[in-house]
Ligand binder design. Sequence first.
Ligand SMILES: [Fe+2]
Ligand SMILES: [Fe+2]
Length: 273
Amino acid sequence: MKVTVLIENTVAKPLDLLGEHGLSLWVETPGHRILYDTGQSGALVHNAGALGIPLPAADVIVLSHGHYDHTGGLRAALKMIGHRLPVFAHPELFSPHRVSEPDRYVGIPFDRAELDASGADFRWVKDPREIFPGVWAGGTVPKTNTFERGDARMYIWDEGRRVPDPLNDDLSLYLETAKGLVILTGCAHAGVVNIVEHARAVTGQERVRAVIGGTHLAPVGADQLEKTIDYLKKLDLELLAASHCTGLAVAARLAAEFGPRFSFGSTGLTFTF
Ligand SMILES: [Fe+2]
Ligand SMILES: [Fe+2]
C-alpha cells in the first residue's frame, strides 16, 4: 500500500510541485485508488501530473471535512477525473464553518448542486463504513477524553448565536494492514487521540503503524500537546507524518521526539507499507 502527498503546505522535492495551505493524499491499496482531500486551489491536478499520478484512475474521493483547504480543489479534481464517481463525506460536510482572527467563512467553497453537476456522487458517512475491504471511513468521532478541546477560534452561527463549531464532519480513513493500522487524518479537529481510539474500536485492530496528515496541534495548549505526545509515543508508531495544521514549531518538536520515525509529510513524498 502506498500513500503519496499530493498537496501539503510545504514541498519536499526540487520537482515542479506546488505547495499550498491544505492537504490532499493519494492512496493506493492492492485493489483500489482513493483520493483523500483535494487541497484548496486545484493545484493537486498540477502536482498529480508532475508525480505521474493518474487521478482519473481514482475509484472514490473521500473528504476529511468541509474546510476550504481540503475541499477547494474538489471541482478541479472532478473535472480532471472526467466521470461520475462516489464522494464519501460526513453529512455535515456543508456546515457553514467559520473562524475568527480574522473573521471569515472557511467552509466548502461550492454548493451541492454545482458538485453534483461536476460528477460528485455523494455518499454520506455518519457511522463507520468499510468502503472497501480493510478501508474504513471513520464517520463521527466520539470525544472520549477531556484534554482534546478543539479550536476555540472555530465557530458557526446557530439561530443568530455564535457557538463553538463541533466540526462533526471530521472524518478520517483507517487502512488495515497485516502489521497494523495506517490512519489518515485531514485536520484531526476531533482530536488525534480520539481519532486513533475510534480507529482501534471500529476496526478491532489495536496496533497502529502510522498516522499521516494534519493534527491541528499548532494552536493547542501545553497540556494537550504533552498528553498527545505521550499517547503517540506509547503507540510505538512506525511512521508519524504530522503535517499541515500541525504547524512548523510543533512539527519540529515531534521530529525531535520521534527521530527517524517522523516525517514532515510534505508535498511529493510517498510512504510505502
Ligand atoms: Fe486544514
Ligand atoms: Fe480544518
